[in-house]
Design a protein around this ligand. Structure first.
Ligand code: ADP
Ligand code: MG
Length: 271
């Protein structure tokens, strides 16, 4: 195995993650480079959410280590982790009776003092997060009155208010209509290009992943089966082997990224 650069921003080394006795992620090593958009893809149940949570320290690995800026993440204080890394899980629980702004305020707690008093800079980070996600006019609405797309943006605003250099998003576009999906993807790109954020995003839509990510990682049964630039990963072979479909891959005339068009189910165990 290639030696890992543990000073990279986020590194998983030989990670094994289990639920009870079931191994979900096995012997997985992954280095996330600073300032890039990395898309994690793979079929349902391939272990994407499990891996993301383990890398964000929401799940304790059975074996292996995650390094954040060179330090074993398990040894760092919670607030230190929360100042470096924000994660939006796949199905966050909706806190009862909170407004959008109250939700987004929670992103500032890692920066606040013991009494959780919000200062001027906290309020400006909250305003900025609401503005970036086009949620300013919704800030006093109760979360349970929002549409799916608005709620998703409120959660992204919460992650942004944390003002971290690393942002991890688990399927932020699922359940959104195509325009709202594009808005989220364009926001991710802007955060990366204009603010230099390091972004790790689980995406279901491989064409979107290919268009927006610098790097695509494909998981299959808890292992990495493809990893590289979209051109190297979104190929006829990977689509057959890791996703179980036959497809044509063409070039998007607009962006030049690969786009796949499925035409049949492959006769194998692409799970
Ligand atoms: N809390 C849990 N307890 C037991 N099994 C789980 C739990 N969460 C996920 N799994 C199982 O782990 C596997 C990988 O799940 P997950 O990481 O959510 O995959 P993905 O995000 O790629 O769809 C699935 O088989 C799933 O059923
Ligand atoms: Mg998932």
């Amino acid at each position: 195995m290639e030696a890992l650069d543990k000073s990279a921003v986020l590194v998983a080394e030989n990670l094994d993650v289990r639920y009870a006795d079931t191994a979900i992620v096995t012997k997985l090593s992954l280095t996330i480079a600073s300032g890039k958009i990395t898309a994690l893809t793979g079929t349902n149940g391939s272990g994407k959410s499990t891996l993301l949570k383990a890398m964000a320290r929401l799940l304790k690995p059975y074996q292996g280590t995650v390094y954040l800026d060179g330090a074993a993440i398990s040894t760092l204080p919670t607030t230190a982790v929360a100042r470096q890394l924000a994660i939006l899980p796949q199905s966050p629980e909706i806190p009862a009776s909170l407004t959008v702004r109250e939700l987004v305020e929670q992103g500032r707690y890692p920066h606040a003092g013991p009494l959780r008093m919000l200062k001027r800079q906290d309020h400006s980070a909250i305003d900025d997060a609401l503005h970036l996600t086009a949620m300013t006019s919704f800030q006093h609405r109760m979360l349970d009155t929002l549409s799916g797309g608005e709620r998703q943006r409120a959660w992204i605003a919460l992650s942004l208010a944390q003002s971290t250099p690393i942002l991890m998003l688990d399927e932020p576009t699922t359940f959104l209509d195509v325009r709202h999906q594009l808005e989220i993807m364009e926001l991710i790109r802007r955060l990366n290009r204009e603010r230099g954020m390091t972004i790790v995003v689980v995406l279901h839509d491989l064409n979107q992943a290919a268009k927006y990510a610098d790097r695509m990682v494909v998981l299959q049964k808890g292992r990495i089966v493809a990893d590289g630039k979209p051109d190297e990963v979104l190929t006829v072979q990977t689509l057959e082997q890791a996703f179980g479909i036959y497809a044509n891959v063409i070039k998007d005339p607009e962006s030049g990224s690969p786009v796949f068009l499925p035409y049949a189910i492959a006769n194998q165990d692409g799970k």
